[in-house]
Design a protein around this ligand. Structure first.
Ligand SMILES: Nc1ncnc2c1ncn2[C@@H]1O[C@H](COP(=O)(O)OP(=O)(O)OP(=O)(O)O)[C@@H](O)[C@H]1O
Ligand SMILES: [Mg+2]
Length: 203
C-alpha cells in the first residue's frame, strides 16, 4: 500500500508526458480551475482563453507554487527544472504500447519524484488493469489511477468550466457523467483532502 505524507501547503502539480494527445491539457485545465490554481503552459492551448488564471510561457516557464503546469509539445530541457521541483507529476498514459513505453522511460528519468500514473481514455476496466500491470512490472510502488473514455473533460473545457462545475451545472450532466466524474474526483481529492498524499515511489 502507499504511505501518505502530510499535505500542508499549496502545490506545484505538473501534468506531463512525452506523448502528444493523451489528455494533459484537458486534465490540467480542470484541476487548475477546481483548485483555484494558476494554469501555466508552454503550449498554445484552448485552455488559455477559458480561464483568467491561465498563463502562456512560450520560452522559460517560471516556477510558482499553487500552479498546475501543462507541458504540451514536450521539451525536456524546458520543462525539466519545473518537473524536478514539482510536488507531484501526473503522467497520462493511454492504452497503446507506444504510450506505455514512453511513460516507462519518463518514470525512470524522474524516479525520485512522486508520480501518479493516470491511465486515460480507458474503454474497459481490463485496459486499466493491463496498463497498471505493465507499469508495476517495472515500478511496483507507483501510484495509479484511471479515467474512462468520456466527454466530461472536453465538454467542460469547451464551456469554460472545470469538470466539477460542468458536472454540477445540470441534473442531466450529473446523470451522464456520474462514473467519469467520480474517477476524476479521485484525482482532485488528492489535493483537497486534508493530509492525504502519495509518497514518492521508489524506482
Ligand atoms: N478521458 C478522456 N476520454 C475521451 N477523450 C479524452 C479524454 N481525455 C482527453 N480526451 C480528448 O483527447 C484529445 C486530446 O486531449 P488533450 O488536448 O487534453 O491532450 P494533450 O496531451 O494536451 O495533447 P497535446 O499533446 O496535443 O497537447 C482531446 O480531444 C480531448 O478532448
Ligand atoms: Mg495539450
Amino acid at each position: 500500500m502507499h504511505k501518505y505524507i502530510v499535505w500542508n501547503r499549496m502545490a506545484i502539480i505538473s501534468i506531463a508526458s512525452t506523448k502528444g494527445g493523451v489528455g494533459k491539457t484537458s486534465l490540467a485545465f480542470s484541476l487548475a480551475k477546481d483548485l483555484g490554481y494558476r494554469y501555466a503552459t508552454n503550449d498554445m492551448s484552448v485552455a488559455l482563453n477559458k480561464y483568467n488564471n491561465a498563463r502562456y510561457y512560450p520560452k522559460k516557464i517560471p516556477l510558482y507554487p499553487d500552479t498546475v503546469y501543462d507541458f504540451g509539445g514536450f521539451d525536456a530541457d524546458h520543462a525539466d527544472e519545473i518537473l524536478r521541483a514539482s510536488d507531484i507529476i501526473l503522467l497520462p498514459t493511454t492504452n497503446d504500447l507506444n504510450s506505455i513505453m514512453k511513460s516507462l522511460i519518463f518514470i525512470k528519468k524522474y524516479s525520485e519524484k512522486t508520480i501518479l500514473v493516470f491511465a486515460n481514455m480507458i474503454d474497459n476496466p481490463n485496459d486499466a488493469i493491463m496498463i497498471k500491470a505493465k507499469i508495476h512490472e517495472h515500478f511496483p510502488n507507483l501510484a495509479f489511477t484511471y479515467l474512462r473514455r468520456t466527454k466530461l473533460l472536453k465538454n467542460a473545457l469547451e464551456s469554460g468550466l472545470s469538470a466539477t462545475q460542468f458536472f454540477e451545472s445540470s441534473k442531466q450532466n450529473q446523470h451522464l457523467y456520474r462514473q467519469a466524474y467520480s474517477e476524476y474526483n479521485k484525482i482532485l481529492k488528492l489535493f483537497t483532502t486534508e493530509g492525504q498524499y502519495f509518497q514518492a515511489p521508489k524506482a
